[in-house]
Design a protein around this ligand. Structure first.
Ligand SMILES: *[C@@H]1O[C@H](CO)[C@@H](O)[C@H](O)[C@H]1NC(C)=O
Ligand SMILES: *[C@@H]1O[C@H](CO)[C@@H](O)[C@H](O)[C@H]1NC(C)=O
Ligand SMILES: CC(=O)N[C@H]1CO[C@H](CO)[C@@H](O)[C@@H]1O
Ligand SMILES: [Ca+2]
Ligand SMILES: [Ca+2]
Length: 589
């Protein structure tokens, strides 16, 4: 920042009202750091591209498709886990944090991936899974044997005796995420161990400084391999409450939400989720990132945090006045507020408001509409709303996150009980598994309308294809004159060139149950207006009631698949008619 700009900023901080001040500060800054306006793209490696025909995606497959990511405007790709794993939870059960899963490739393949990504100026972010390892990890095996240095690497406990029967019972009533007790008896060590996820995912004990140190080693190891940062998995469950003065763990209270005693929601999760220690741990990891940058230079290495938690908790991950935290705690509001049948303009408004009104000053927003744990965005919001949602995510301020296939409007696969592999579903039964399964959003990525959707040359893919692959695929959508992919690319391009989208302020409203509108504005630049109809019938709106300062007509920059309006035409803001699923991005010049 130039001296004069700094001076202006300091004066501004003293004199201006907060909102106006932010505008000037934003206009004054030369550019934002790379991650603040980034287009993040989540790759689920097992399902992205198979290079050797075994039906399973792999690193060489990803490397062969990096040009595609570049072409659709991605800044950084984050990869779900690629580390050695028995695949009980498809890589979220890591048996060696320092090596690559053989079905996915080798360390050299990973280096080739990074090299190619660097050539294309794409950043690669890895999934960091801090809460647990696999039970096949050598750390756990040593801990079972109480080997020196590993005795307390995991959360072990003798359990309780039932007062009446005298039988041994788990230390507490805590439930795992994938149904049933969070405690598992280990015969060899003669103690229970804690697992917030599957039995094969024992929780690491973060009250042991050796564990904290070991996991920082994991971060430094991959930073040395050239990654641009980490997306940290399941951060709210890292720490649990400590045992009481008698060495016993307290029970969670009943939630009253369900009668299903194996479902984690049967109990509250106050003792095992959202502890303050988790926030402190993220601050320590940020220090690791910043130390690395200080020593090795280069661009900012980022921390993205997975947390489904109330805003007052989530926002603390950003850090406070004295300590830096995560660059971006993921914002899942557009998933949680629009769950099931509540897809409406007012729930979008609530989702946006609940994030922006809680965001600490000077922090960067982000918007996520899907991942490998949720049903696909097009299935949740409706295929017709694919563009409206993709466009919204790119019009809102800050970074955007795309889960692979969202740019195509890919929908859920239909997976029978026989084909089901997700532990969240396999731990239930054939009558109820569809409530729990995460397989439908993990089906192979759709490259073409040909065999295995171009994902694999093998006879069989690890999960069957989704039914929509003949139409929702890269090849078809690239050649169609209008497609979800083309709308997506047009939006990425607009965001890259628009100062208003990168730096501007925001105003938004639900004009009806179906129509959501956003205005982005910045002194000295054209304003940008998004208007989307996510309902099932035509709507006519008057944008002058939303913002009296808008001119009588606006220029159409991007229209979607449902629209028949021509780009660069001028549209009157009164009596503006929007077909079902139609979404437009307009500007003021
Ligand atoms: C910021 O966080 C650190 C680490 O948790 C804590 O020690 C400090 O008191 C906090 N400062 C403020 C101003 O909240
Ligand atoms: C949405 O539906 C799923 C599956 O039927 C259910 O488990 C979940 O509780 C519902 N969520 C909301 C917010 O209603
Ligand atoms: C979205 C996401 O990454 N979810 C993961 C959270 O952590 C558990 C356990 O590691 C995984 O099973 C989920 O897939
Ligand atoms: Ca393969
Ligand atoms: Ca834990």
């Amino acid at each position: 920042m130039k001296r004069s700009q700094l001076l202006a900023l300091v004066l501004c901080l003293g004199l201006c009202r907060i909102q106006a001040c932010q505008d000037k500060a934003e206009a004054a800054s030369v550019s934002k750091d790379w991650w603040e306006t980034a287009q993040f793209y989540q790759i689920y490696p097992r399902s992205f591209m198979d290079s050797d025909g075994d039906g399973i995606g792999d690193l060489n497959g990803i490397t062969s498709k990096l040009e595609y990511l570049k072409d659709i405007g991605v800044t950084a790709a984050w990869l779900s886990p690629i580390f050695t794993s028995p695949m009980a939870d498809f890589g979220y059960d890591i048996s060696d944090f320092f090596d690559i899963q053989p079905e996915y490739g080798t360390l050299d393949d990973f280096r080739a991936l990074i090299k190619k990504a660097n050539e294309l100026d794409l950043k690669i972010i890895l999934d960091f899974v801090p809460n647990h390892s696999s039970d096949e990890n050598v750390w756990f095996q040593k801990s079972v044997k109480r080997e020196k240095g590993y005795e307390d690497f995991y959360v072990w406990h003798d359990g309780k005796r039932n007062a009446e029967t005298g039988e041994r019972e788990p230390p507490s009533n805590w439930l795992q995420a994938f149904r049933g007790s969070a405690w598992e008896w280990n015969e060899e060590r003669q103690q229970y161990y804690l697992h917030q996820f599957a039995v094969k995912q024992p929780d690491l004990n973060y009250r042991n400084p050796a564990v904290v140190e070991q996991m920082k080693r994991v971060l430094r190891y991959w930073l040395n391999e050239g990654v641009a940062g980490f997306r940290c998995d399941a951060v709210p469950v890292i720490f649990e409450i400590e045992p009481d003065e008698n060495g016993q763990y307290l029970d969670e209270e009943l939630s009253g939400l369900t009668d299903d005693k194996d479902n984690r929601n049967y109990l509250k999760s106050e003792l095992i989720e959202n502890r303050p220690e988790n926030i402190e741990m993220v601050y320590q990891w940020r220090q690791v990132m910043d130390d690395y940058e200080r020593i090795h230079g280069g661009y900012t290495r980022v921390l993205l945090i997975e947390t489904y938690a109330p805003p007052d908790y989530t926002m603390q991950f950003y850090g406070n006045r004295t300590v830096k935290g995560a660059h971006l705690p993921f914002n899942f509001n557009l998933i949680t507020e629009l769950a099931n049948n509540s897809v409406s303009a007012s729930s979008i408004k609530t989702a946006v408001y609940n994030w922006l009104s809680n965001l600490p000053a000077g922090r960067t927003s982000n918007w996520v509409i899907g991942n490998h744990d949720q049903r696909r965005a097009a299935s949740r919001y409706g295929v017709a709303n694919t563009d409206a949602m993709n466009m919204l995510v790119m019009v809102l301020p800050g970074a955007s996150v795309t889960y692979q296939g969202e740019e195509l409007g890919m929908t859920d696969g239909v997976i029978s009980w026989e084909d089901t592999v997700d532990p969240a579903a396999c731990n239930s039964n054939k009558d109820i598994f569809e409530q729990f399964t995460r397989d439908p959003s993990r089906t192979p990525f759709q490259w073409t309308d040909g065999t295995n959707a171009g994902f694999s040359t093998g006879a069989k893919t690890w999960l069957p294809l989704a039914d929509d692959y003949k139409t929702a695929n890269v090849q078809t959508e690239s050649s169609d004159s209008r497609s979800h992919l083309k709308v997506y690319k047009a939006m990425v391009a607009l965001r890259k060139e628009s100062k208003t989208l990168q730096y501007g302020s925001i105003k938004y409203a639900a004009l009806s149950d179906d129509v959501f509108v956003v205005k982005r504005f910045l002194a000295g630049s054209p304003s940008i207006v998004y208007v989307g109809n996510i309902g099932s019938s035509t709507a006519t709106v008057d944008l002058s009631t939303f913002d009296v300062s808008l001119p009588e007509s606006l220029t159409l920059k991007v229209s979607n698949v449902a629209s028949t309006k021509t780009e660069n035409s001028n549209l009157k803001i009164t009596g503006l008619s929007l077909a079902a699923g139609e979404a437009l991005v307009l500007n003021t010049s």
